[in-house]
Design a protein around this ligand. Sequence first.
Ligand code: GRF
Length: 193
Amino acid sequence: MSVKKIAILFSGNGSNLENILEKVHNKTFNGVTIKCDLLICNNPDAFGIQRAKKFGLKTVIINHKEFKTREDFDAKLVSLIQEKKIDLTILAGFMRILTPVFTKNIKAINLHPSILPIFKGGNAIKESFNSDMLVGGVSVHFVSEELDGGKLINQLVFYRKKGMSLEEWEENIHKLEYEILPKTIIELLAFSN
Ligand code: GRF
């Protein structure tokens, strides 16, 4: 049996963080136990910090506002992640653009609420809802220097029902997010070499 360590980075609500902790933290898949060994948040008021406490986990707060440059902030993240010898870093609602200081040194995946490469960026849910697309969906991809642009790992989609509201659209997206992210983490850590 082996242990694989994950770090989760988040910025706000943290529903995906909680979902990962529920479904994969301290659980064994195919002989591999996945442990969340590091939680980092850039926003001291994020609700996710409270969610993590329910699992007895402390969040390290690295406030980006206290750093002069993006690179300095990224270097701090990299040193924490490397110090803990993390196998896979997960961006779950982490709302910061990362520089090569991070992307060249850390193996990380990101969750995005659209069928990439369409609707990159921070307004993906609204933009996809307001489009003519008859399907919506979610993507998980490796983190690269290009925002929401790294190699795709998994995608899930749903059909637009007639007269669907933005709230229903968003609900469908979150439902798929709670499915795709744990599934991808387990696949990468326990079912691939
Ligand atoms: C999710 O929709 C995710 O796809 C996007 O940010 C949102 C985070 O939600 N990147 P939560 O903080 O996990 O509730």
